[in-house]
Design a protein around this ligand. Sequence first.
Ligand code: F6R
Length: 366
Amino acid sequence: TKDGYAHYMLKEIHEQPTAVANTIADRLYNDKISKYFIDQATAAILEQVENIHIIACGTSFHAGMVARYWLEAITQIPTQVEIASEYRYRKPVVPKNTLFLTISQSGETADSLAALRFAKTAGYLSTFAVCNVANSSLDRETDVCFLTHAGPEIGVASTKALTTQLAVLALLTLKLAEIKNVDEAIRSNLAKQLRTLPGIINQSLLLNDQIKVIAEQIVRRDNALFLGRGVHYPVALEGALKLKEISYIHAEGYPAGELKHGPLALVDEKMPVIAVCPNDELLEKLESNIEEVRARGGELYVFVDHKSQHGLKDRVNHLIEMEASGTFTSPIVFNVPLQLLSYHVAVLRGTDVDQPRNLAKSVTVE
Ligand code: F6R
């Protein structure tokens, strides 16, 4: 049931604090990865990992993109991310001791399963998966499966599946950081961020009314651009996917540094530009990209936190201030207001939010 919410999607957006808390639960203990996260045999595999290949589709692919930023920055393990339907039809090179990792909410996505079946013959160290459905084909066929405990996701647009996938991928990054002897102080800081994540997501849900006001402006437009940098670039891609999927507004996500290589030509006073702008080491770069948009009259909607708002508040009309979450978990948290934004735009447009045209929840054919 929808528990009094108008749509499953809205219910599932609001379930995220609990879903993420359930997914982390006893996998984290005293700011360390607990023994309940992986068994010794799995840890022994992780000790040998020299490369990681992540394969997924759609929103799950975006989770994989975030994980690559984390894995390379924190553990220095070379990591690639690829769309399953591309990966399965090329001839990928598999270096020795490479881990194959699939991400899928349903565990039944045809292209992701085909990629896994190929991987099993391709000389990988092992196959791991992040999946929300126990006993799905993916769960049964992969060597190791980390379940997200999001509960059933009914809305076609993925919301709590994404944030729980990211929580598991963050735990995996932390485990690999431990294996790679990353400095203890760094690791416990990351673990602390994960521990406070459900509360921060909860705070971001309180922005609902503010986001509704923005939705009323965006609903009149036919296009939208989403911008982010670094680990927040995949968040921009995900924001654009969500908007096009349920409101049918044409939206594109771009790494902000690419603006002047083409998309800036689209910017005029009718182009909403939505930027994900937390306080991280790329803030100044992103600020100058935002200035480029402003100079062309683009309609800016910028998601900031308490620290990153300073440089922007006099220059941007629509600033939405998020609770600061720490740089590790912010690519999880910043998805939430973008989900709410798409939701409200779609509701205002009168589209079928839970069951968008032409789409199926589980893509079991290629
Ligand atoms: C977007 C969405 C899709 C799925 C994709 C993969 O909101 O839901 O892009 O993420 O079809 O599905 P799973 O994760 O089940 O493999």
